[in-house]
Design a protein around this ligand. Structure first.
Ligand code: B12
Length: 303
């Protein structure tokens, strides 16, 4: 992976190396808003300003901030921690050489930090690059899923970061929407829907994008598709395959697929997502990952 974690986030002058706000936020795994608050409330900020507006943190500034965070974690109240941090004269943070994130794990960590640092630009460029270079399936399984799982765990652990989840979801959605097919192999598009009140639609969009890479056309109905709308589409387009996605068990009602209208030729029905109860849906066929969803759909359209 060629994407540099530090790309466009640092500024180097002859005498001194500086960190941008986004870079400091990422190093410290806190938001730029918290950095601004610490600056305003405790006077712990950047010692340099670029053309009067952009803040530029020196290695000493960052060392003080890291010291403040260490003190807070160990139980010192913020105001006192800030006073001590201002007097801190330990070694300045050495600016790491711009380094490409070499392993998938490092890349996911860089993206995770960027998400918490609200570094939209880095996230969009890095993810877009990965989708283009490595394709949708590989990038989804090796990068996006581990990243989303980490984001979900962090939310569960801290009960914060819903804004991070929303921002990141929108960025991933934008990247996936950009994957277009050139010439459709199938005249009748495949049907993709997230059932009932299901708001988790990203994996479904990944299916659409991965199919587009194979020139398979699909109708992506997205989140919260009512059963009646799915049924109506089945009658109107007689899709060669139907893929229904559910993450939350309360949305995964087997009647959604059992009550679908009968059309000819009979579509291949596939279910995906952790919401479905496999025992009570034993009459349906399940796919467990993006690759197998695409394989089964490809077969259904005769590829
Ligand atoms: C992004 C996100 C959101 C976004 C969704 C945006 C969007 N457009 O999709 C928003 C903010 C809307 C959201 C809302 C909510 N969310 Co949410 N969300 C997530 C997050 C971080 C990623 C979801 C995702 O896309 N996962 C896709 C992959 C990564 O996850 P997975 O389905 O578990 O993957 C497994 C399999 O499905 C398979 N797989 C992976 N990819 C693919 C692809 C295909 C095609 C197939 C077939 C299989 C497959 O491999 C994985 C291993 O088994 C997850 C964390 C997580 N671990 O998933 C929480 C998570 C799913 N959310 C959760 C919750 C609780 C909610 C809310 C109820 C929160 C709330 N109180 O409002 C609402 C739900 C509202 C609703 N009615 O649907 C919980 C669900 C727990 C549960 N099962 O009960 C999770 C797990 C977070 C957590 N750790 O607790 N969420």
């Amino acid at each position: 992976m060629k994407v540099g974690i530090w790309r466009q986030t640092t500024h180097v002058t002859q005498a001194q190396e500086y960190f941008s706000v986004a870079a400091v936020a990422r190093i410290m795994a806190i938001s730029p808003a918290t950095l601004r608050t610490w600056d305003r409330r405790y006077g712990l900020g950047a010692s340099e300003h670029e053309s009067g507006q952009h803040r530029r943190y020196s290695g000493e500034d960052v060392a003080k901030l890291l010291h403040m965070r260490r003190l807070i974690i160990s139980g010192v109240v913020p105001a006192e921690a800030a006073d001590l941090a201002k007097k801190y004269s330990g070694p300045a943070l050495a600016l790491p050489k711009p380094q490409p994130a070499t392993t998938r794990r490092e890349f996911v960590t860089a993206l995770f930090r960027a998400a918490y640092g609200l570094d939209e630009r880095y996230l969009e460029e890095a993810l877009s690059d990965a989708f283009t270079k490595d394709g949708v399936i590989k990038t989804w399984h090796e990068v996006v899923v581990p990243l989303l799982v980490r984001i979900g765990e962090e939310w569960e652990r801290t009960d914060t970061g819903v804004e991070v989840e929303h921002l990141l979801s929108e960025i991933i959605n934008r990247c996936l929407h950009r994957v277009k097919l050139s010439v459709a192999h199938n005249s009748r598009p495949v049907l993709l829907a997230a059932v009932s009140d299901e708001q988790h639609s990203m994996a479904l969009l990944a299916v659409k994008a991965a199919l587009a890479e194979r020139n398979i056309a699909s109708y992506y109905l997205g989140a919260r598709t009512p059963s009646e709308a799915i049924a109506s589409m089945v009658t109107r387009i007689a899709p060669p395959a139907i893929f229904l996605w559910a993450v939350m068990p309360e949305n995964a009602d087997p009647q959604t697929f059992r009550n679908l209208p009968k059309v000819r030729p009979a579509p291949r029905l596939l279910l995906g997502g952790p919401g479905w109860d496999r025992e009570s849906c034993a009459d349906a066929y399940f796919v467990d990952d993006l690759a197998s969803a695409c394989e089964e759909i490809s077969r259904a359209v005769g590829l």
